[in-house]
Design a protein around this ligand. Structure first.
Ligand code: NAD
Ligand code: UD1
Length: 338
């Protein structure tokens, strides 16, 4: 298939690019580099051994999006492009609505005009908010607690409306749990700008000496050791799920919404310990107050993905830590400037 990856220069998009090329697809990356670096393209070329077709594109520019689709033929789009910081979304909600929801509307419009009728969409476990029970199934109550989460929920809903309005348009909403890790080459990985919000990149930066110590947000949660429990999933397993979802859309000609997680909950301290083992170094930490808006425990019931896509996570927490550390230790400051 000829596939467009919107936001394909980002963390999950770049890893998915590698898997799709390995499966023989013809893949084009489009991005505005608002949260990524052009340096990733050279790395993708190094991994795949061929030039990376790239299109500068800002999804907020409707004319540019429509114009681009008018001159290209695609069998499917994978849509990663979004702003994703919860804290920032509380400070600048309108930017999040404009970029994430407005950008998605422009993309859907461009796809419709060009007759592209398969979409894989990056949704998030954030649509479950504070779930009533774990493991979380796809039919759990949806509730959002911040503007970023709201954009994900609204986008799922408007994609759903489009699918209902047109029997020929099919979408896969993939609800990612907590993506971590990196490609085994250590050439690509997560490269957050500024101070990392999320646990694994923060641990990586402590391990490599860029930060003194990790702050553990609360050790008084009702969990196995008092620290927050999440479902960490290796980004290469996640990338593979996108290829499987594209196959599903072609084969089954219907839409679906699935969780992508391992089904295993891991606490903050368990992740710190696993990382320390993998990197063979101490990770200094201090327990501080809970982070506002956090929840105790979230992990997936991933069985629907297995039944529908034939997909299940294969890589465990050791591989996640080992690969994250390989990336961080080989690239202490992230991607070089292009
Ligand atoms: P990322 O920020 O690394 O990648 C997103 C990419 O989209 C970036 O390269 C950015 O430059 C690009 N982009 C943003 N707005 C754009 C626009 N208007 N036009 C063109 N390009 C634009 O994030 P990621 O971690 O790779 O996440 C990918 C997707 O998965 C996002 O939609 C995110 O909300 C979702 N998601 C991520 C996580 C996570 O923890 N990483 C969890 C759940 C869901
Ligand atoms: C974050 C996002 C959520 C997104 C999810 C998956 C926030 C508030 N929420 O949630 O929208 O869907 O990632 O990408 O950003 N922790 C520490 N110290 C740190 C960082 C985190 O102790 O410096 C703890 C947190 O309290 C939590 C766990 O580590 O218990 C994981 O945190 P994080 O990586 O931010 O992921 P989520 O909280 O799941």
């Amino acid at each position: 298939m000829r596939i467009l990856l919107c936001g394909g220069a980002g963390y999950i998009g770049a890893h998915t690019y590698v898997v799709l090329v390995e499966r023989g697809h013809d893949v084009v990356v489009a991005d505005n580099f608002s949260n990524s670096s052009p340096g990733v393209l050279a790395r993708l070329r190094q991994i795949t051994g061929r030039p990376v077709p790239f299109q500068p594109l800002d999804l907020r520019d409707r004319d540019a999006v429509t114009g681009f689709f008018a001159h290209q033929a695609f069998d499917a789009v994978v849509h990663f492009a979004a702003l994703k910081s919860v804290g920032e979304s509380c400070e600048r909600p309108l930017d999040y609505f404009h970029n994430n929801i407005g950008g998605t509307l422009n993309l859907l419009h461009g796809m419709r005009e060009a007759g592209v009728d398969r979409l894989v969409f990056s949704s998030s476990a954030t649509v479950y908010g504070d779930p009533e029970r774990v493991p979380v199934r796809e039919d759990a109550r949806l509730q959002v607690t911040n503007p970023y989460g709201r954009t994900k929920l609204v986008m799922e809903e408007l994609i759903g409306d489009l699918c209902r309005s047109d029997a020929g348009f099919h979408a896969a909403n993939l609800r990612y749990f907590n993506p971590v890790g990196a490609h085994a080459s250590g050439l690509i990985g997560e490269d957050p700008t500024g101070i990392p919000n999320n646990l694994m990149p923060y641990i990586c930066q402590v391990a490599v000496g860029r930060r003194d110590r990790l702050s553990v947000y609360g050790a008084d949660w009702p969990t196995v050791d008092g620290t927050g429990v999440r479902d960490y999933i290796h980004v290469m397993d996640l990338a593979r799920a996108h290829a499987d979802a594209l196959d599903f859309l072609v084969r089954e000609r219907r839409s679906l919404t699935v969780n992508l997680g391992t089904g295993q909950g891991v606490s903050v301290l368990q992740l710190v310990e696993a990382f320390a083992q993998a990197a063979a170094r101490r990770i200094p930490y201090q327990v501080v107050a809970r982070r506002p808006g956090d929840v105790a425990e979230v992990y997936a019931d991933p069985s629907l993905a297995e039944r529908t896509l034939g997909w299940r996570a294969e890589l465990g927490i050791e591989a996640m830590c080992r690969d994250a550390w390989r990336w961080q230790s080989q690239n202490p400051q992230g991607y070089p400037m292009a």
